[in-house]
Design a protein around this ligand. Structure first.
Ligand SMILES: CC(C)(COP(=O)(O)OP(=O)(O)OC[C@H]1O[C@@H](n2cnc3c(N)ncnc32)[C@H](O)[C@@H]1OP(=O)(O)O)[C@@H](O)C(=O)NCCC(=O)NCCS
Length: 168
């Protein structure tokens, strides 16, 4: 699948490979920092090892048949990724089996070119072909950009997470 259009190069959406993991780890750390910036008491921050640790985590997921890891590649560079997985019954979430979209991120310089939408659409379609009867995801309260993107693909609002510190 290729995207024609600006900037000069086309972006390709494909399955992630082990040699993509380092770049995906850097993007994972970016996702962490973004959320930490929104609410540092709720979301962990990154440190010098976060990119590597995230890459290791995603590498373990890459070996699981239930996981779906896609990257967007442009001119030999990774400009985004999506991470999703098929999951079973989850009484804590009051739901049956579902495909869960865990991560979606595009590098700042490659945004607004349809890459996020394409990654999400492809992840959703793979989960759907594998029999997911439902697809769920969570998005930060402050992440209006992502909410708009998810809304465009037909995701509806179902749950609101709330947080406080035990001391009140
Ligand atoms: C959310 C994110 C993945 C979107 O990626 P993207 O490649 O820029 O998205 P697209 O170009 O496919 O945009 C698709 C649609 O989403 C909406 N959208 C995307 N970015 C937007 C913005 N900055 N403001 C308003 N709407 C936006 C628009 O409806 C857009 O369609 P349009 O460009 O035709 O108006 C990207 O902004 C990102 O990586 N953000 C940081 C990480 C994050 O928030 N991830 C999601 C939570 S896990």
């Amino acid at each position: 699948v290729t995207l024609e259009g600006p900037p000069e190069e086309a972006a390709v959406i494909r399955r992630a490979r082990p040699d993509d993991l380092a770049a995906m780890g850097v993007l994972g750390a970016l996702l962490i920092d973004l959320h930490h910036g929104w609410d540092e008491r709720r979301f962990i921050g990154s440190g010098p090892q976060t990119g590597t640790a995230y890459a290791t985590f995603l590498g373990r997921e890459l070996e699981r048949t239930e996981a779906v890891l896609l990257v967007a590649e442009r001119a030999g560079g990774i400009v985004g990724y999506a991470y999703a997985a098929l999951e079973g019954h989850d009484y804590m979430s009051l739901r049956g089996p579902a495909g869960v979209i865990h991560d979606l991120v595009v590098t700042p310089e490659s945004r607004r070119q349809g890459i996020g939408l394409r990654l999400l659409t492809e992840a959703r379609d793979i989960l759907s072909r594998r029999g997911a009867p439902l697809i769920v995801l969570s998005t930060a309260e402050r992440n209006l950009t992502a909410q708009k993107l998810f809304g465009r693909l037909g995701f509806r609002r179902t749950m609101i997470e709330m947080a406080c510190e035990p001391t009140g």
